[in-house]
Design a protein around this ligand. Sequence first.
Ligand code: PPS
Ligand code: ADP
Length: 310
Amino acid sequence: MDVAAMARCVGRCYVSPAFGESESHRLSERRFLKLSSSTNSDPAGSKSLKLRGKIHRRMSYFRPIMAKDESISSRSGETKQINGKQKNIVWHDCPVTKSDRQELIKQKGCVIWITGLSGSGKSSLACALSRALHNRGKLSYILDGDNVRHGLNSDLSFEADDRAENIRRVGEVAKLFADSGIICIASLISPYRIERAACRALLPQGDFIEVFMDVPLHVCEARDPKGLYKRARAGKIKGFTGVDDPYEAPLDCEIVIQNSRDKGLSSSSSSSSSPSSSSSSLCEMADIVVSYLDQNGYLKKHSTKSRNCM
Ligand SMILES: Nc1ncnc2c1ncn2[C@@H]1O[C@H](COP(=O)(O)OS(=O)(=O)O)[C@@H](OP(=O)(O)O)[C@H]1O
Ligand SMILES: Nc1ncnc2c1ncn2[C@@H]1O[C@H](COP(=O)(O)OP(=O)(O)O)[C@@H](O)[C@H]1O
């Protein structure tokens, strides 16, 4: 395969603070307004008020991080305001910097954020990519939605607010990994654009690389490796992404992979404006991402080890 030709990747998906803010505000305000108007038909108003409180908390979370990455850029030594509240905490600097760590391990920390429906191949790509990077002597770590929900996020459900919190936490952890110099591979459904944009805004420009597994629902459903679609169609799982819960495909991301060459199943129709690559084998998919990292300076010194992904 001509990886260079297949990897029609774009490096133009940076969400500027201005975009991030207006986009997140627009979406949040829309949800907020929808909920606000519903209070009129809710005499007690208790449920709506509770929801409005939740939305307000989420909006106040987005505002500071969209404006700038305070946790990275603020080193003033003064106590800070976080989420609009005064916190008596002071950032403690360390003389060993991100550059020092990156120099030590000869790579650049970043986040590869793999999004897509259940069964689209996120975890498979994450593992193949981690193996390919390992074989090149590059350090990576996978934060897989399923796995993280076994521990750190075991308290979260699949309702919208909990999914948002799931993604927010993984975004924050991914940022720490990237700050350590590691290539962090986050593979989550992450169905909402607003939450993915918030994770992107946590990182320096270019360091959040969004990969969309562009696989149509009917292909994912035919794969159904865990039998979850079958259970969702039978009404045994409520709010299953793609069945009775939304998935917002990226409109403009760094890499689109049309991983749907399953036997007897037709190809996908992408709603994304990003160039896409049609690929079937895991090695090919991993190569697409590795090429992107290579071309964008994330893999500085190549080891002489095998370049195979397995
Ligand atoms: N209701 C519902 N909707 C979607 N997915 C469900 C649901 N219930 C359980 N599962 C399983 O949970 C995995 C997705 O977890 P994520 O953390 O990636 O989801 S999310 O980003 O918070 O939306 C997902 O794993 P993947 O198949 O690897 O995507 C499913 O196995
Ligand atoms: N390119 C592909 N062609 C056919 N089947 C695939 C491909 N990529 C992944 N699969 C299969 O699809 C199923 C779902 O893959 P998985 O990586 O678990 O997806 P996700 O993490 O998005 O739920 C698995 O059974 C996997 O073997």
